[in-house]
Design a protein around this ligand. Sequence first.
Ligand SMILES: Cc1cc2nc3c(=O)[nH]c(=O)nc-3n(C[C@H](O)[C@H](O)[C@H](O)COP(=O)(O)OP(=O)(O)OC[C@H]3O[C@@H](n4cnc5c(N)ncnc54)[C@H](O)[C@@H]3O)c2cc1C
Length: 414
Amino acid sequence: MSDNGEAELDPAEAEAFRARCRAFLEAHATGITIDGPDPRSEKELAANKAFQQQLAAAGLAGLTYPAEYGGAGLTKAHDRIWREEYGKFPDMTTQLTISHGMCLPMLAEYGTHEQKSAFLADCIAARTVWCQMFSEPGAGSDVASLQTRATLDGDEWTINGQKVWTTLAHACDYGIIVARTDPEQVKHRGISMFIIDMRAPGVDIRAINQIDGGKHFNEIFFTDVKIPKDWLVGAYNEGWRLATAMLMYERVAIGTGSKSGVSTPTFKYLQGEAQRRGKLQDPAIRQSLMKLYSEETAKSLVALRTRAEMKAGKTPGPGGSLGKLHTAIIARLARTMTLEIVGADGLAWDASNADGDKHAKSVLRSFSANIAGGSDEIQKNIIGDRVLGLPRDIAVDIDVPFKDLKVGTQKSAG
Ligand SMILES: Cc1cc2nc3c(=O)[nH]c(=O)nc-3n(C[C@H](O)[C@H](O)[C@H](O)COP(=O)(O)OP(=O)(O)OC[C@H]3O[C@@H](n4cnc5c(N)ncnc54)[C@H](O)[C@@H]3O)c2cc1C
């Protein structure tokens, strides 16, 4: 047994499994190049799905999920070997972060046997892709202010309301949604979590046009959408506890990624760019590169600790916010450095050059790292109260029934 109680593999078995992973990765993890105009994220998602399907065909998808639900039924030790090997290759599953890094572990942990039998195998093999519907126009950092309603009518739930910023909703088959089920309760209590079919009648998905030309995420309107009674995930009115668990998976997925080991990809990329442009001897750029290297190394080490805790059977805790915050700090640093190194190429591009917009788009996209998955301020609040044990923010609304609060569109009610 290892320190964390995990059964170790016999060395010969471990080496054989490592060789199997490496052989698969050498054949299939060859990187993804998406040329041409948007929608790039959909094209990348299609390539990610194809990779995941090959992984499933090779018996290497969903390594630690039980075989009865379509997983490989292997151990956490196998999973660690896979992540170590995967870390040496280009990431082939970037657009599956929400589907496979958040929705899949939530379903596996909190879903009923019937839900897992119905949905897990298709998700593991990427025959279906899932999205996360938490944010609303009046409920982002404060998700518990959400107003989308779910009411039980006989054997079905009826959903009415609106979500926003839903990544890849237009390309997803199913989603996990949180909705208000009891407005008489205080805001954190009357919420439940559901599975929803993204193609059900009454689901209206509208693209949001982004400044970088992409249409990566959406607003979604729900008008009398019917879902089966038993698509409730977890217990009735227990949605806040599940939403918190899912947000922890989200922070781990963003801050820790699907790989293991120490890696410094942004440093390597910008170091190469500085070299190509003859700027590697500039002392200010060297200084910034070393800062970036240190941040990426520290982030990898925190990620290794988070993964070790998860392997020891712990559900991700508030420490996941450290990795998420680090990802945002690295994105901000990389933005400043990209502009220093590539100059005007980081601000504008020649539309006729398919590759020419790479730097400017990465500069534009970098701003989302401080917001997506919970803003930096929220991560700092979580780290302050729940990791460092500092006094919590004063909350004046925790004992007030939701229906009496002035939140979202209820602000205008009185
Ligand atoms: C690229 C991207 C993808 C996304 N994908 C999804 C998705 O798939 N599904 C989904 O549900 N959502 C998604 N989101 C939404 C995201 O979760 C929210 O944008 C985020 O939680 C912030 O909420 P908000 O935009 O409503 O900002 P607000 O909550 O209105 O915050 C505005 C500002 O106030 C600050 N603030 C708010 N409360 C506090 C506080 N208590 N203390 C200190 N400062 C505070 C914030 O830090 C921020 O600077 C995505 C967002 C982005 C950028």
